[in-house]
Design a protein around this ligand. Structure first.
Ligand code: SF4
Length: 276
């Protein structure tokens, strides 16, 4: 029997942001030649690796701040930075973040037990399998399971961000599937500011989300990539696939029109500003 297609939170998020981006990223091999390394991915992955080791009971090598900083230096990913200076500045910031995290973790009262780290969870949703990797799952004293997701780019985190975050809702759905008798909640830990927010969706909310997810998955699975046409949107400015999309004549003309409009607005703004 053929294996069912798999959809992950990142695939779903990419599709919702731009179906053509989804095509270049996952369906059409031409896309891979245009994907560039991103410093923010390298930074986030470097921090994740160290925190994963810190919380892993089986890894005794990262238990103190100095061991964590040494681990960060050893496993630092330097892809995507514009210059050596930029990379060194990010490394210094990464060390500070790791040191603050460990200090906070070591002084906080121990009420949770980490039970899963970097765990891939899967769930059959009929025509496809939903698959997602959780950074960490903690078990509270009352038996509640908390998904903890680290974010290295955010300078704040609010409960409403988590409640409307597709990936965090997928993780809650996946964890409920594996632990149906437990309460489940999801937290985002904003590493730069050492701030965490937590949200728990009700079984009814998760069921409504599951139904929407099935509909979305079916739309994705039934789409014909050849029918997709790129549409100009804000995201295009910083999209790796812009050169590919510009090969579409309509897109290229709409995009240059947009650039002209932006240039005119900028000019008008400069001539109307008080110092002129
Ligand atoms: S350039 Fe725009 S239309 Fe093309 S893939 Fe990127 S976001 Fe989508």
């Amino acid at each position: 029997m053929p294996r069912k297609p798999t959809l992950s939170p990142s695939r779903l998020t990419t599709f919702l942001a731009c179906p053509v981006k989804f095509k270049w990223t996952y369906l059409d091999g031409r896309g891979k030649w245009y994907i560039k390394s991103k410093s923010y991915y390298s930074f986030g992955t470097s921090l994740h690796n160290v925190l994963q080791r810190y919380h892993d009971e089986g890894d005794q090598g990262v238990q103190t701040t100095s061991e964590a900083i040494a681990a960060l230096e050893e496993s630092w990913i330097d892809a995507g930075y514009g210059s050596q200076d930029e990379m060194m500045q990010a490394l210094a910031e990464g060390k500070e973040i790791v040191a603050n995290y460990i200090e906070q973790a070591q002084t906080a009262p121990i009420t949770n037990k980490t039970i899963l780290i970097e765990k891939m969870l899967r769930m059959d949703l009929g025509s496809f399998v939903l698959q997602g990797r959780v950074d960490r799952v903690d078990e509270w004293e009352d038996g509640t399971l908390e998904i903890v997701d680290y974010k290295s780019g955010r300078s704040e985190v609010r409960e409403e961000d988590i409640a409307t975050d597709l990936a965090m809702t997928c993780y809650q759905l996946l964890l409920r599937e594996h632990y149906p008798n437990r309460s489940v909640c999801a937290s985002i830990y904003a590493l730069r500011v050492g701030q965490k927010a937590t949200v728990s969706l009700s079984p009814e909310e998760l069921e409504a989300f599951r139904q929407d997810l099935i509909k979305l998955g079916e739309i994705i699975l039934n789409l014909d990539p050849n029918e997709l046409r790129p549409q100009v949107k804000e995201l295009c400015h910083r999209c790796d696939f812009l050169p590919l999309c510009k090969r579409d004549r309509d897109f290229a003309s709409d995009y240059s029109e947009l650039l002209q409009q932006l240039a005119t607005q900028e000019q008008e703004h400069q001539t109307s500003s008080p110092q002129n």
